[in-house]
Design a binder for this molecule. Structure first.
Ligand SMILES: O=C(O)CCC(=O)C(=O)O
Ligand SMILES: [Fe+2]
Length: 338
């Protein structure tokens, strides 16, 4: 996967692992954000102003009549979710040495365990991440798929499949909402890449000095985010303030990526978000990105009228998306608006 808000990867060192494990150790300088990125720099909305993201209660969305039953019959398989959560937690609990068996290779592919984002000032996010490409099947690079815990590969394989199916169900609903043929929207996603990112944000005794994930908006089509535990941290930017997002237990958060904003000609909007870390509890999330394009191009579906965004080739899109996100902290697609 070329692109994906990555400018540079870094391995997790012993010193970092120690700082992550002991909230009372001094924060290494590379994690201290003084560059306008730190949570201290943004205004956070008050209590009771948590943002209602498009939190999708699958059961309710798919069948208003049969909430519980529908979740079992049409929603994501609970056993698959639980197994994926367990494997993820087990992986992050391993000693650093074991996790580094699938470490990122600086200058190599964008997969692996490590830091996946480094600001131009060389600062790092307060998190360790494992990223693997889960679809298309032929592009899986098992070198980066942990064999420890032993359940990991099977868990992620099944979870990825569930997320592909869920994406197709969501796209059908979106296509109906947009008034376009289902196939038009589905075709833009079919056979495209699916990237799975596992995030672990350790606690930090000075959360105002570090950031779990730098403010950004997702570049791909659709993001499906699952919280493994209920530690808060995700915040969404709206009207110049950061609003905490607290998903309902068991709900997935669906983020519209910039590519989907363009495809739908601005009907769905991609949001700017970040993660702040907790003083006491770690936060673990499982995030699946579904990519999309029309014949290699990011552009509005022709059915949706006069295009409001300029068309751009996929590789150019990702190249520019990175520079823009990192350079200015703004959404790249705003530069594509007509
Ligand atoms: O972990 C989270 O809550 C958000 C992760 C995220 O924004 C991303 O992976 O793009
Ligand atoms: Fe994101």
């Amino acid at each position: 996967m070329e692109g994906f808000k990555v400018i540079n990867r870094d391995i997790i060192t012993e010193a970092t692992a120690m700082a992550f494990a002991d909230p009372h150790l001094q924060i290494p300088d590379r994690y201290i954000r003084a560059d306008g990125i730190s949570p201290a720099a943004g205004v956070v909305a008050g209590d009771g102003e948590n943002l209602e993201l498009p939190v999708v209660d699958m059961a309710r969305l798919l069948d208003p009549e049969h909430r519980e039953a529908e979740l079992i019959n049409h929603g994501v398989d609970e056993a698959v979710i639980q197994k994926m959560k367990d494997s993820t937690v087990n992986f992050f609990e391993l000693p650093l040495e074991d996790k580094n068996a699938v470490a990122v290779r600086p200058g190599g592919t964008d997969e692996g365990f490590g830091h996946h984002f480094r600001s131009s000032a060389g600062k790092l996010d307060w998190a360790e991440n494992l990223i693997v490409e889960t679809q298309p099947f032929q592009q899986r690079n098992l070198e980066f798929w942990p064999s420890n815990p032993p359940t990991f590969r099977d868990s992620i394989d099944k979870y990825a499949m569930e997320m592909s199916n869920l994406t197709m169900r969501l796209l059908r609903l979106m296509a109906s909402d947009l008034g376009v043929e289902h196939e038009t929207l589905l075709a833009a996603f079919r056979g495209k890449r699916q990237i799975t990112a596992l995030h672990h944000y350790p606690p930090c005794h000075h959360p105002e000095k570090v950031i779990g994930i730098t403010p950004h908006s997702d570049g791909f089509g659709l993001t499906l985010l699952l919280q493994v535990n209920d530690t808060p941290g995700l915040q969404v930017s709206k009207d110049g303030r950061w609003h905490p997002v607290r998903p309902l237990p068991g709900a997935l958060i669906i983020n519209v990526g910039e590519t989907l904003e363009v495809l739908t000609n601005g009907h769905y909007k991609s949001v700017f978000h970040r993660v702040v870390v907790d003083t006491k509890r770690s936060r673990v999330t499982i995030v699946v990105f579904q990519d999309a394009c029309i014949d290699g191009v990011v552009k509005p579906l022709p059915e949706l009228g006069e295009p409001r965004y300029h068309a751009i080739g996929k590789s150019e899109y990702f190249k520019d998306h990175i520079t823009e996100v990192v350079g200015q902290g703004e959404r790249f697609i705003d530069t594509l608006k007509k």
